[in-house]
Write a protein that binds this ligand. Structure first.
Ligand code: S6P
Ligand code: ZN
Length: 190
């Protein structure tokens, strides 16, 4: 990557990011996430039926350059596995080495954050609002609405993503579909 970052602009839409020549895209189907869900039976059934696309991420990381700002756009589709809404894997920023900003563009979500000690904080994600994620907290986004949840994220360069910890422990809280809407419950497996 060119170490001299040149000015550029891009529309904050998934279509524009789809066309964005510098970014990379990754798509996550349920089969690559099924271990993360509490209801393993429901996850297996859904994978066998259609293996739905849960979320996609476009991102531009300035990891190798050591400066600049990395950024990305995430779109989580609406859906449920058992009672849990579709979510991202979630991760820590290793060594608590960088805060992150989430700007919500459309949809309705919850941002679940947890420290290594298991202190959990949850923010509602509402279009037009920004959520600030301190670098020492693991973070996962959950789509609790009926439309795709789309948000733009910005983080510092040289940030190392730790996925392993969350893959092993999960988050202390789960966001599930209740009788009158999304509910926060304790994770029985945490
Ligand atoms: C990166 C930032 C987001 C996520 C994205 C997908 O630091 O937090 O761009 O990468 O929302 O989530 P995950 O947990 O699969 O990376
Ligand atoms: Zn992050």
């Amino acid at each position: 990557m060119d170490p001299f970052i040149t000015p550029f602009r891009v529309q904050l839409t998934t279509e524009a990011f789809h066309e964005f020549r510098n970014g990379k895209v990754s798509r996550r189907r349920l089969s690559s996430l099924s271990n993360y869900y509490c209801d393993q039976e429901a996850a297996r059934f859904s994978v066998e039926q259609s293996d739905p696309l849960v979320y996609e991420v476009w991102e531009l990381e300035y990891e190798a350059v050591g400066r600049g700002l990395s950024f990305g756009m995430t779109r989580i589709f609406p859906g449920i596995v058992g009672k849990e809404f579709f979510f991202t894997r979630g991760h820590f920023h290793a060594d608590s080495d960088g805060d992150e900003m989430y700007i919500v563009l459309s949809g309705h979500g919850m941002l679940v954050m947890s420290s290594h000690a298991g202190d959990c904080q949850i923010l509602e994600m509402i279009p037009g609002q920004m959520c600030y994620v301190p670098g020492h907290l693991a973070h996962r986004t959950v789509n609790v609405g009926e439309e795709p949840l789309v948000f733009f994220t910005i983080w510092p360069p040289n940030l190392v993503h730790d996925y392993e910890t969350i893959a092993q422990t999960g988050f202390p809280k789960l966001i599930v579909s209740g009788l009158s809407g999304p509910e926060i419950i304790s994770n029985p497996n945490y």
